[in-house]
Design a protein around this ligand. Sequence first.
Ligand code: ZN
Ligand code: ZN
Length: 217
Amino acid sequence: MREPAPIGPKVLAGKSLNILLSHAHLDHTAGLTFLLEILSNHPLEQIQIWGESDKLAAVREHLFHPLIFPAPLDACWNPIDNAAEFVIGETKISWRHQDHPGGSAAYRLEWPNGKRLVYSTDTTGDSSRECVAWSRHADLLMHECYFRNEASDWAQKTGHRWTDRVAEIATLNTPKKLLLTHVNPLEHASDPVQSDLIRERIDAEILIAEDGQEIDF
Ligand SMILES: [Zn+2]
Ligand SMILES: [Zn+2]
């Protein structure tokens, strides 16, 4: 019987890894514990984790508490609280606070060739002129879309957006490509988030995120 291929090289390239943490809720951080297995067959020279200091502290104190997980993660934890902008390699990164229980951060990444990526998840959204000026015209907007319109009440209670609100934000932001992320993993419909309702309103390529996906933009 053939041995299954190790997972490390499939999910990681290069010798270093930078993780931009939106917040510390478990659905965004539990995956950090899986890194240990991946690192065992694909060692890295450096792991850098960026995020607000209270979120980093919560992950280190609770997720990596010996009662919850057996080994600490050997990473460099970088608080971003005092840096509206910072640089990783040639990538310029800025971030904004978002409204969400406990707070979350949206990130904007810009490369020297002018390409721009905005990552925004876990928030009811900010349609202010200031926020739209910060996030608009992205080549790739990675945006949560967990709740269908029928569940908009539940979305607002838990600090999330729903399909029509995503369409509204996307219409204001005019991205070239929109990747709908943070979709419900238990939803197996081919269009779990009514993305056609968003397509009707914006002239952008719209994709629904899948595990292991690589995106050109
Ligand atoms: Zn959350
Ligand atoms: Zn979440």
